[in-house]
Design a protein around this ligand. Structure first.
Ligand code: CUA
Length: 347
């Protein structure tokens, strides 16, 4: 595909994505560490700037000296070909190039450890939203233990405030079901690993609504690059609406296709990996599908949820996401039609 065609297709896909965000929030798809919109990201940004300035100073001094020496002592036409005097064992020079770098590194260590300490020791207020995020190959399982909600890949949180009295931060506990993953939404907080048999913590308190993009930031296998993160930051009212919507029971299948789809879904082993609340589907190896249609994407961000993509995914997930752990279930096209009709009721 030519670059121009690709760019055109990409541009055309943007409004579709924006529409699926539902509430018309800004899509913050450029994951920019220089535009923090949450306190921990801001603290990291501040120390990154200090480190950058120190390193830029070193770069300028070293490069400047190098350019100066290369120019001043370049080979000239009247060079006599003699080797210049060789100097050994200058205590002054050796001390200078040992002590100064040590001091610089100590400063950098102090800057970094102060920021890490401040972020890790931050007291979470009572009203903080608690979330447990579990990394899987290659998707994110998301639990809100206090709200009784389970979802996947797309984290919904409320807007917070710079004023600590009004802040409603979100406190994440990161875990992993298999290998090491890393949860990173650059505009909201630092990169934090999700390690098997260990709880790591992370918090966000976003100042602006929007759909924030992030990635798994630790190589975790074939589809590491398609283990995408979306954080949807809602106004408090919209967040409450989202919570209520997630807790509302899923409507029963109505049409003939939906009912047949429901039957095929339960007859084909889908239930051993997926959960649909209120049914015998209680599998936990794959994403919870209870409110599938309220999400923007499938396959952890690999494609937007559309009829065509749902069909392709159910027919053979290996087409959209090669190597993913959901196998081709060898379904007939008609069975896929029915299952898609049923899946579309999950909202
Ligand atoms: Cu998960 Cu990389």
């Amino acid at each position: 595909m030519g670059l121009r065609v690709f760019l055109l297709l990409w541009a055309l896909s943007l409004p579709v994505f924006a529409e699926q965000a539902g509430a018309g929030y800004t899509m913050r798809r450029v994951t920019d560490i220089f535009k923090p919109l949450s306190r921990p990201a801001e603290m990291i940004h501040e120390s990154a700037v200090v480190v950058l300035v120190i390193c830029a100073g070193i770069f300028i001094v070293v490069t400047g000296l190098l350019v100066f020496i290369v120019t001043k002592f370049r080979l000239r036409a009247d060079d006599d070909g003699q080797e210049p005097p060789q100097i050994y064992g200058s205590t002054q020079i050796e001390l200078a190039w040992t002590v100064i770098p040590i001091l610089i590194i100590v400063v950098l260590i102090m800057v970094a450890s102060r920021t890490i300490g401040e972020i890790q020791n931050m007291k979470m207020p009572e009203n903080a939203i608690k979330v447990r995020v579990v990394g899987h190959q290659w998707w994110w399982e998301i639990h809100y233990p206090e709200l009784g909600i389970v979802t996947a890949n797309e984290l919904h949180i409320p807007l917070s405030d710079r004023d600590p009295d009004k802040a409603t931060p979100t406190h994440l506990v990161l875990q992993s079901a298999d290998v090491i993953h890393s949860y990173w939404v650059p505009q909201l907080a630092g990169k934090t690993d999700a390690v098997p048999n260990r709880d790591n913590e992370l918090w966000f308190d976003p100042y602006e609504t929007g759909v924030y993009f992030g990635n798994c930031a630790e190589y975790c296998g074939t589809q590491h690059a398609n283990m995408l993160i979306r954080v949807i930051v809602h106004t408090p009212e919209n967040f409450q609406r989202w919570v209520a919507d997630q807790k509302a029971p899923v409507p029963e299948p109505q049409t003939v296709d939906e009912i047949e789809g429901h039957r095929v879904f339960f007859a084909n082993g889908c239930v051993s990996c997926h959960t649909v609340d209120g049914t015998v589907a209680e599998g936990v190896f794959g994403p919870d599908l209870t409110k599938l249609m309220t999400r923007q994407t499938l396959g952890a961000g690999v494609a937007p949820i559309t009829d065509k993509n749902l069909w392709s995914w159910v027919k053979d997930p290996q087409v959209l996401k090669v190597g993913c752990l959901m196998p081709d279930m060898q379904l007939q096209d008609s069975e896929v039609d029915f299952i898609v009709a049923y899946l579309k009721t999950l909202k």
